[in-house]
Design a protein. Structure first.
Length: 675
């Protein structure tokens, strides 16, 4: 699923397959059988329809204003699945108060285009409001679950062809049992049966599906656990009509037993559907093999890819879809279409949208907002400043983590909001009240580590520390701090001088994860570990870059530039006038050397001399912050243009104790974008 989709759900085997991605040579798909009656269509949905199937995509309401996106959506697909808009946290955020605006937009649009709709999803342990998670009385939870299913299904009765009634109820690993969740823990494993019986009563005409990931390999314990449940349901007359196999594959594509798995589920008397297909790097042969497996099973009734363009994907850093970031068809598209029996129409390159992949400019200009986020002191938090923000956009909201500063020290705060106009009124959740605990915690960085399906919050405690959380929107879900290192690496001890070890930053490519840090003494350090070992195994600490003390001071950010092999490094410096600003460098490798981009006071990445303040100059410091990313995973991918940067600034006249300075958060928006 796409970063805007939900907490990701990636195959456990992706780790191993990613390492092979560079070695896979996409092969031509074998010749497909003729379409029924010899008809060959030139679009995915039209060709799938020739065999009575659908070919659909996940749709995000927030992208329906994008002409390229909607153009492909209307042309290519005959089914849509709302990406997030029908989930519990989108439809019933408060008990008994339902909101359907975004879901209605998708359903009404699909109806107007003559497309079918899959409903996703009614009962799922994730993206679940806290009020549901907190229920401990079985009768209450059963009533809440039944009411939610009934209300949502009644809203769309007659307009949804298949519903993912229960999503991801089984645990990963070798147990073959259901995972822990509020539903299983309070209601027992019978909650799945209850959900399906309630769904049948709500809409007798809809197909009722169980949907899960990592059930594509027939020999896996998880697959067998789901199979036993479906077999039991069919034997006892529990209403179940289909099994959805999400099919989030690594570059190697489906396992060798994939068609066997589809066939064996179908033999139980249910349809099978490929519900969330994406394949790392989109090798044409891997897509062809997946599609062929479905075409060879009569009861495989449809395929849904999880997003349209690579930039729309929750795995955007892996380019896993059928259309590139500019909306052009990829070789995997041709393989998919021809494997279904279709014939590809010529496509005219979209040179206008291709400009969106333009390289970074050699100089930058920005507009700044006014102060958007201010501290919110309370009886136990006498906060002077809010600093060091980290931000991701997920499920229709900006999620911001920041340091809280006061004369008594530092800790962390979390807030979320849908629009920047709401930022200053958002509730502040103080993380010292969680397992993260009291004491010195500062300079957070947040990202979703897709291989483990966990959010990571990286921060400094005197060491490089982290906490994890399966649900970014739950401030109480963070684990207690753990350390990346047993102690400060020797090379830092040898070079830190009178500085401080600060501002830890993690970024990964397809093989390795890198941890960058600063020392307030002119050195940028880098350690590395493998994707498979993360968060453990950080070794080989080296000086990645160095300059004079104030020219390479602290607050390093490193990003992958979307649509290129370029990485961008930002480091905060202190100018000759004592004000904070950012310099920038680029490299084609996280482990490589860095070349100056906009790296001087005269040509900075961001400094008061290249920032305009239409709402009034509230700061002369452009200090510690973070880019608004194109996704939210460990690749830290940013767009190549129309950049935005959330930063800390302060009253130019403020002075005194550093910890008591009145830092606030504002937003830079690039004004010299070339695309």
């Amino acid at each position: 699923m796409n970063p805007l989709k939900r907490l990701g759900r990636r195959r456990a085997s992706v780790l191993a397959l990613l390492a092979l991605g560079a070695l896979v040579t996409p092969g031509a798909a074998t010749a497909a059988p003729d379409a029924p009656d010899g008809v060959r269509a030139s679009t995915l949905g039209a060709q799938a329809a020739q065999s009575g199937r659908y070919f659909g995509t996940a749709v995000a309401a927030g992208r329906l204003g994008d002409g390229t996106y909607t153009g492909i959506l209307g042309r290519e697909f005959n089914s849509v699945t709302p990406e997030n808009e029908m989930k519990w946290d989108a439809t019933e955020r408060s008990r008994g108060q339902f909101t359907f605006g975004a879901a209605d937009q998708i359903v009404n649009g699909a109806t107007s285009r003559g497309q079918r709709v899959r409903g996703h999803t009614l009962v799922w342990h994730s993206q679940l409001p806290d009020w549901v998670k907190g229920i401990r009385d079985a009768n209450t939870l059963r009533g809440v679950m039944n009411n939610h299913i009934t209300t949502v299904m009644n809203r769309y009765k007659g307009r949804i062809h298949s519903w993912d009634v229960v999503n991801e109820a089984f645990a990963d690993g070798g147990s073959g049992q259901m995972r822990g969740s509020v539903f299983r823990d309070v209601l027992g494993t019978g909650f799945v049966e209850q959900a399906f019986r309630t769904a049948r009563a709500a809409d007798p005409a809809a197909k009722l599906c169980y949907n899960d990931y990592n059930i594509e390999n027939w020999n896996d314990a998880k697959t067998q656990g789901v199979y036993r449940m479906v077999r039991d349901f069919k034997a006892r007359g529990v209403p179940i009509d289909c099994v959805g196999l999400q099919s989030h594959f690594g570059a190697g594509g489906p396992p060798g037993s994939f068609q066997t798995t589809l066939s064996n589920f179908a033999a139980l008397g249910v349809d099978v559907q490929i519900t969330e297909l994406d394949i790392a790097q989109a090798p044409p042969n891997a897509y062809a093999n997946t599609v062929r497996s479905c075409m060879n099973v009569a009861r495989c009734t449809g395929i849904t890819v999880w997003g349209i363009r690579d930039s729309d994907s929750w795995r955007s850093g892996e380019n896993p879809l059928l259309f590139d970031r500019n909306g052009n068809k990829k070789p995997a598209y041709q393989a998919t279409l021809t494997t279904m029996g279709g014939t590809a129409a010529a496509q005219r390159p979209d040179t206008r949208s291709a400009r969106s992949a333009a390289a970074l400019p050699s100089s930058f200009r920005w507009n700044s907002s006014g102060s958007l986020i201010s501290p919110k002191p309370d009886a136990t938090h006498r906060i002077a400043g809010i600093k060091d923000p980290s931000v991701v956009y997920h499920n229709g909201k900006y999620h911001v983590f920041a340091s809280t500063a006061s004369s008594s020290g530092y800790n962390l705060v979390y807030l979320n909001f849908s629009d920047w106009s709401q930022a200053n009124s958002a509730t502040h959740h103080y993380l010292d009240r969680t397992a993260i605990g009291t004491g010195y915690r500062a300079a957070p960085q947040v990202f979703y580590y897709a291989p483990q399906r966990l959010w990571y919050l990286v921060y400094q405690t005197g060491n490089a520390s982290y906490s994890t959380n399966p649900d970014i929107s739950n401030p109480n879900g963070w684990s207690a701090p753990r350390n990346f290192y047993s102690s400060m690496p020797d090379i830092i001890k040898q070079n830190i001088g009178n500085g401080f070890w600060v501002d830890m930053w993690v970024i990964c490519d397809s093989a390795n994860c890198y941890l960058f840090s600063s020392d307030d003494n002119g050195h940028l350090y880098r350690s590395q570990t493998t994707v498979g070992q993360f968060p453990n195994g950080f070794t080989n600490t080296v000086i990645a870059a160095q300059d004079s003390k104030y020219a390479m001071f602290e607050a390093s950010n490193v990003y992958k530039v979307q649509g290129s092999n370029q990485y961008l490094l930002l480091v905060e410096a202190i100018a000759s006038d004592g004000r904070r600003y950012f310099r920038s460098w680029t490299s084609n490798s996280l482990a490589g050397s860095w070349s100056p981009l906009a790296a001087s006071e005269g040509n900075p990445f961001a400094k008061s001399n290249n920032v305009a303040f239409p709402a009034g100059t509230w700061t002369r410091d452009i200090s510690h912050g973070e880019m608004i990313r194109a996704g939210n995973d460990q690749t830290l991918t940013i767009p190549a243009c129309k950049l935005q940067y959330l930063y800390q600034g302060k009253d130019p006249n403020a002075g005194g104790d550093y910890n008591s300075l009145p830092w606030r958060l504002g937003l830079l928006t690039q004004t010299n974008s070339t695309c």
